[in-house]
Ligand binder design. Structure first.
Ligand code: SF4
Length: 245
């Protein structure tokens, strides 16, 4: 493995939230022989991971690789795996947390009440801002593809396991910007402990793609969050002008 490949793999695992990997000690040379060149070797389980960006990766290949996924415990309670929907050529990708009951039943992301609000926000804001855009033009997916029981927040190991597919989706689409909906999406992309209130409204980098963090639509559905609704609309306006102007 070249140093560049090692660096890219380590960056990949850092983005997944894995903070440390061990390095095998360099073997000592026999007396009198020139020292062996030092190589950075990954642990065996890391050296056989699939390449971060498989050659000519695309959404179809990623769907095929996920298959009838049982890589984490979330498969146990799902009805349908929710991969994502929208255009493979989208300039903008929205990333949520995970499927809810409606999504689990239909196999599509953001189709329940929160999804309807997201559609209204995307299309309504675009219309007001004079941008021709419908939901089908963007891509929408989640950090985890299977519904967590009782709609609980996905656990770190579930996010790590499923995150590889999210990253491949983003790298295959290569949008101009990503909009992270809520703190789980922000954590998955930015490896931060900061909450949405601190992160929202500003651009953050995920690799070379700018990320805007804003509130998850389900948070905006709560009646006492009117102020957050205004802020989310402001965030979205910023994203739409950045991507489509
Ligand atoms: S959440 Fe992701 S990793 Fe876990 S079973 Fe579903 S598709 Fe597989």
């Amino acid at each position: 493995m070249t140093q560049d490949e090692v660096r890219r793999h380590l960056e990949f695992y850092r983005d997944l939230g894995i903070k440390s990997v061990y390095r095998r000690g360099a073997r000592s040379s026999a007396p009198g022989l020139a020292p062996e060149p030092k190589t950075l070797s990954l642990p065996p389980e890391l050296s056989v991971v699939p390449p971060l960006e498989p050659a000519h990766d695309n959404l179809l290949k990623i769907v095929q690789d996920i298959g009838d996924c049982k890589r984490c415990r979330l498969h146990e309670g799902r009805n349908r795996l929710v991969f994502g929907s929208g255009s493979e050529h989208a300039k903008l990708v929205f990333v949520g947390e995970g499927p809810g009951a409606d999504e689990d039943e239909q196999g599509l992301p953001f189709v329940g009440r929160a999804g309807q609000l997201l559609t209204q926000m995307i299309e309504g804001t675009a219309r007001k801002e004079g941008i021709s855009l419908s939901r089908e033009d963007v891509y929408i997916c989640n950090v985890v593809k299977c519904r967590p029981p009782e709609n609980r927040t996905p656990q770190p190991d579930e996010m790590e396991t499923c995150g590889q597919f999210l990253y491949r989706q983003l790298l295959a689409i290569r949008p101009k910007a990503i909009c992270a909906l809520g703190s789980t999406a922000a954590k998955a992309l930015l490896a931060t402990k900061d909450g949405v209130m601190r992160l929202r409204g500003k651009w953050h980098p995920w690799r070379d793609i700018p990320v805007m963090v804003t509130y998850h639509p389900s948070y905006l559905l709560r009646p006492y969050n009117q102020n957050a609704k205004k802020e989310a609309w402001e965030d979205l306006k910023k994203v739409l002008h950045f991507v489509y102007d």
